[in-house]
Design a protein. Structure first.
Length: 207
């Protein structure tokens, strides 16, 4: 009787840097939550029940004080700040950012820049998509690439952040960029914009 062949197990993929970062953050926040006093945890539960920001669906997801604690302090970790032990007050609110994306191509050198038209530049976290086909209209997969650099003449250059993560995009590919004000600790509102990498040309006249 022939011996039964066993299927080889599927290869295990090593976690990505983003997955490792997320796991480390979750571990840090779990430990911080466990170290709170009962009074502090009750304060987070009360804020979660009374928080009215973010719409009905978002409020349902935030009924847990632990969830709200993670939400607020996830932003604090991104900004490398000390964690909140009690819910932040109204001073944590920031307006939803609005920005315009510019992509330039000078002799094959790609430059990616954002002009923030509304809201604070400091504290803006940039997430980006991989280079996509120009016909893609909606992007749902973003990866955090870092805090938006300080602007010069009103425009922030984040070329290095993007290329370090995804490499140089090709002419004709579309990039989606998402920004979120990390100083708005209890909000989830983000702003998304996109642009196509042009052939060699000068900056858009508005830039």
């Amino acid at each position: 009787m022939a011996s039964k062949k066993h299927k080889r197990p599927a290869p295990k993929h090593s976690p990505t840097p983003d997955q490792l970062r997320a796991r480390e953050e979750m571990s840090t926040l779990s430990a911080a939550w466990n170290n709170l006093t009962d009074e502090q945890r009750e304060a987070w539960d009360m804020r979660a029940r009374t928080n009215r920001r973010g719409g009905r669906a978002a409020r349902r997801r935030r009924r847990s004080g632990r969830r709200l604690f993670f939400k607020a302090n996830f932003h604090r970790l991104a900004l490398k700040q000390d964690l909140f032990t009690c819910p932040p007050g109204s001073e944590s609110w920031c307006p939803t950012p609005i920005a315009q994306l510019f992509i330039a191509n000078h002799a094959g050198r790609i430059a990616l820049k954002l002009r923030v038209a509304f809201g604070q530049v400091e504290g803006l976290m940039v997430s980006a998509s991989r280079p996509l086909n120009a016909g893609v209209m909606v992007c749902r997969k973003f990866t955090r690439i870092g805090l938006l650099p300080a602007p010069k003449a009103g425009i922030s250059d984040f070329t290095k952040l993007y290329i370090t993560k995804f490499g140089v995009p090709a002419v004709g590919q579309k990039l989606f960029i998402r920004i979120q004000q990390m100083k708005d600790y209890l909000a989830t509102v983000v702003y998304t914009t996109s642009a196509i990498v042009p052939t060699e040309e000068a900056w858009d006249s508005e830039a």
